[in-house]
Design a protein around this ligand. Structure first.
Ligand SMILES: Nc1ncnc2c1ncn2[C@@H]1O[C@H](COP(=O)(O)OP(=O)(O)O)[C@@H](O)[C@H]1O
Ligand SMILES: [Mg+2]
Length: 426
């Protein structure tokens, strides 16, 4: 502004060259100011964004919002480095993917270790599995297109009639395989990782999420036999297989009639303890210039039974409602708000249940433990004891309850609370 006034005032008296010089200074001044303002706003927005999310839920958490899991991290890291296979089992949203991602980040500096992640969420057949495995291996083990082509030719030559790629080179590569050849001789695809690890003088760790989905392929046992037969000979490749459907994962890996029996170390991921959540929540509030007493942080964890996803979601809702210091009313209001957001979903889940199944959930919500006893069967009208077992299995496969060796529990603590408060009101 000062330059502008100065320029207008003196403009008439200046020579042509000086005039151009002053105009040049003025334009530069405006440009620099513009850049400065834009960048400050940009940084402010980034800063605000970070402030808005001291907690994360609904996506894999591996950085600052990741907490605890110290033992599991060490265990997984040491298995990865020493080449032992690992199987991780827990209900969904307890933190399997986040833990694996965290360990992948921990091991990133190790140049001779290559970690490849696959998700079988959308993989419905053996063919898709081979395709997915080969594509991800090709993409992650080559740094240049030429290298990728050379690897494909050297190790998968007979199987891949076509490699297509878009503009983003390696990340955009897709391959189509000669399915007849693959199905008759899948070992080329299954041993591909081992061969490439030897060639590149590195260790490869293949992490496969939602692994239980292979049970839904046609001819699942024959397929599992093929995998096991090849994978057990791999010396430079290890596998980390994880999945959310506890009963299916246990059946796959703990039943001695199944091909993957004793394939690796089983880790049953537990929820994170209340005391650890309290430390984490109070710190995240403090880091973002707000505060919460230990008691309220404890309430957050306890209301959602330490369920990792919900703890983060509830903590986030409390944080958003807190101006300076969080209090118990805020915690309860935030919990109620989450319950209300989900009530339509809960209503639909409940509508799809039989009367007996609903009665079973009522007994469970009332903290009854002896669910097969005569007394409970008659009190909650559960039919026969054979019926109770059938219901248990049905509710487990619908992922409503979680059955462990010593207890049966709701998988979703907010659903449990909704049932108690709004559904079983009589
Ligand atoms: N170690 C952790 N620390 C903090 N939050 C976690 C942790 N693990 C999981 N969470 C929370 O739980 C959510 C679900 O985790 P995720 O790893 O996707 O679970 P899973 O793979 O078992 O379904 C994450 O988005 C995050 O909010
Ligand atoms: Mg996951």
């Amino acid at each position: 502004m000062i330059s502008l006034l100065y320029c207008i005032q003196l403009g008439k008296h200046l020579s042509h060259t000086t005039y151009i010089f002053v105009t040049y200074i003025f334009v530069t001044y405006i440009f620099v100011t513009y850049i400065f303002v834009t960048f400050s706003e940009f940084h402010y927005l980034i800063f605000m964004n970070e402030r808005q999310t001291p907690f994360t839920f609904g996506k894999v958490t591996a950085k600052i919002e990741f907490t605890n899991r110290i033992l599991e991290r060490e265990q997984l890291k040491s298995n990865f480095i020493s080449g032992n296979n690992t199987i991780i089992i827990s209900p969904r949203r307890w933190g399997k993917s986040s833990l694996v991602k965290r360990v992948i980040l921990d091991l990133k500096p190790k140049k001779n270790v290559k970690i490849i992640s696959l998700d079988l969420f959308n993989i419905k057949s053996e063919e898709e599995f081979y395709q997915h495995l080969a594509t991800e291996l090709l993409k992650s083990t080559a740094s240049k297109m030429e290298e990728l082509f050379a690897n494909a030719k050297q190790f998968l030559g007979n199987l891949i009639p076509k490699i297509s790629f878009g503009t983003e080179a390696i990340n955009d590569v897709s391959i189509s395989m000669n399915w007849n050849q693959v199905i008759h001789n899948p070992s080329d695809v299954l041993d591909f990782a081992e061969k490439i690890a030897i060639k590149n003088k590195c260790k490869i760790i293949i992490c496969i999420d939602e692994f239980q989905n292979i049970s839904d392929f046609s001819n699942p046992i024959a397929f599992q036999k093929k995998l096991r037969a090849r994978w057990q000979h791999h010396e430079h490749v290890s596998y980390c297989l994880y999945g959310s459907k506890r009963h299916m994962m246990i059946e796959l890996f703990s039943s001695n009639s199944m091909p993957f029996y004793k394939f690796g170390e089983l880790i049953f991921l537990e929820k994170i303890k209340t005391t650890d959540w309290v430390k984490f929540i109070t710190k995240r509030f403090k880091d973002t210039d707000k505060s919460i007493e230990k008691n309220q942080a404890k309430s957050i964890a306890i209301l959602v039974e330490n369920h990792p996803y919900y703890v983060q979601q509830l903590a986030q809702q409390c944080w958003l409602r807190t101006k300076n210091k969080c209090n118990e009313d805020i915690v309860l209001e935030a919990f109620e708000s989450i319950t209300m957001q989900l009530s339509l979903l809960f209503q639909n889940i409940t509508d799809a249940l039989t009367v007996n199944q609903t009665n079973y959930l009522k007994a469970l919500a009332n903290e009854e433990t002896k669910l097969s006893s005569k007394h409970i069967i008659s009190k909650y009208k559960l039919g026969t004891s054979a019926n109770v077992n059938r219901m248990k299995k049905a509710l487990e496969s619908k992922e409503i309850i979680d059955i462990t060796s010593n207890q049966i529990n709701f998988l979703d603590p907010v659903y449990k609370s909704w049932l108690k408060k709004y559904y079983f009101t009589t």
